[in-house]
Design a protein around this ligand. Structure first.
Ligand SMILES: NC(=O)c1ccc[n+]([C@@H]2O[C@H](COP(=O)([O-])OP(=O)(O)OC[C@H]3O[C@@H](n4cnc5c(N)ncnc54)[C@H](OP(=O)(O)O)[C@@H]3O)[C@@H](O)[C@H]2O)c1
Length: 317
């Protein structure tokens, strides 16, 4: 069990953690791991019909885990969930902003509506929960906010311009608020995974999946991606960028097979909480996965044109 160094912990209250997007993947594993580590954990999800598996595990292991409905796209839903948590637990020590999905494809092919929707979840979803929880953490004069970003929050990959934009924005926001929050004992953590074996890939949204042969063939055993019918720019099924997107996906989907499991990310999140608790620093970054480490190091050590060539060679040939 982790005992946080917080002043209020002297009152021997349980530490409370809130995770968004806990129905599957990284959020699911993080919620279980934090509950197993002694946090009173609120595993939130937008569709509580998906609660059965996590609740079954929690009941079997007698874990301090509760499922709550929280759709990060909806302010009322966020407000209601946080109020319920506060009423019951009186405090919130850890917030893990994990909910998100990938909108991939070429920028010209993606509608403004789809782009806004991607920002609504990946960026504004996190902003909503942070803004709702900040008054609580500020009054407590402690708390840890963990934003699940991505290696796509560090490196601009092809066929991911919109997704990359949401994660770059989340990185900038996290860096900036760390200065404001330091004075109130609130710490900010960025988790930057590479490809992780979750439902993320099968759930990737593409503007024109009919045109992406790689996706059709590689996801044959998986759930088909959601289509966006309201595409501003596509003419029928034609895209000027299908070969670029297809080539990228032909590298991306196979990478999923040998990718780390979400438990690995959950373990890093737990480690990051321990480190933040025992350190006076106010901003932390954790890269997860060998692919992410390689891309991050490459960006650090190469010129921008060398990086461009490296990524083109690796992902577009
Ligand atoms: N897997 C990767 O390769 C990878 C790499 C880097 C970063 N990430 C990031 O890791 C995070 C988790 O992804 P994952 O890999 O665990 O994928 P996942 O298995 O698809 O999980 C995504 C979770 O987000 C939830 N979600 C989506 N929109 C939501 C909304 N509006 N409100 C509340 N919850 C919502 C999903 O709920 P539903 O079940 O209802 O859809 C699901 O629980 C994302 O932010 C993603 O960008 C993933």
């Amino acid at each position: 069990m982790i005992i946080l160094n917080f002043k209020r912990r002297m009152e021997k209250q349980e530490n409370t953690a809130v995770i968004t997007g806990s129905s599957t993947g990284i959020g699911f594993e993080t919620a279980l791991l934090l509950a197993r580590s002694g946090f009173h954990t609120y595993a939130t999800m937008r569709d509580t019909n998906k609660r059965k598996i996590i609740e079954k595990i929690a009941n079997k292991e007698n874990l301090p885990l509760e499922v709550l409905c929280l759709n990060v796209d909806n302010y009322q839903s966020v407000k209601k969930a946080i109020q319920k948590i506060l009423d019951k637990s009186k405090q919130i020590d850890i917030l893990v902003n994990n909910a998100g999905y990938g909108l991939f494809g070429a920028l010209e092919d993606i509608s403004i509506g789809a782009i806004k929707k991607q920002f609504e979840t990946n960026l504004f979803g996190a902003v909503r929960t942070i803004k709702e929880i900040l008054p609580i953490m500020r009054k407590q004069r402690n708390g840890i906010i963990i934003n699940v970003s991505s290696i796509s929050g560090i490196v601009g990959f092809p066929a991911q311009s919109v997704y990359v934009s949401t994660k770059f924005a989340l990185e900038g926001l996290s860096e900036a608020i760390s200065y404001e929050l330091e004075q109130y004992g609130i710490k900010v953590i960025l988790i930057e995974p590479g490809v992780i074996n979750t439902n993320f890939a099968p759930n990737i949204t593409l503007p024109n999946p009919i045109n992406n042969k790689s996706q059709q063939t590689m996801l044959i055993d998986q759930k088909p991606a959601i289509n966006y019918p309201n595409n501003d720019t596509k003419k029928g099924n034609f895209s000027y960028y299908s070969s670029t997107v297809d080539t990228f996906l032909s590298h991306y989907y196979p990478a999923m097979k040998n990718a780390p499991l979400p438990q690995e990310v959950a373990a890093v999140i737990l480690e990051s909480i321990k480190n933040a608790t025992n350190s006076s620093e106010c901003l932390f970054r954790y890269i997860v996965g060998e692919d992410a480490k390689t891309f991050s190091e490459t960006k650090k050590n190469m010129s921008i044109s060398q990086l461009h060539k490296f990524i083109s060679k690796r992902l577009l040939s």
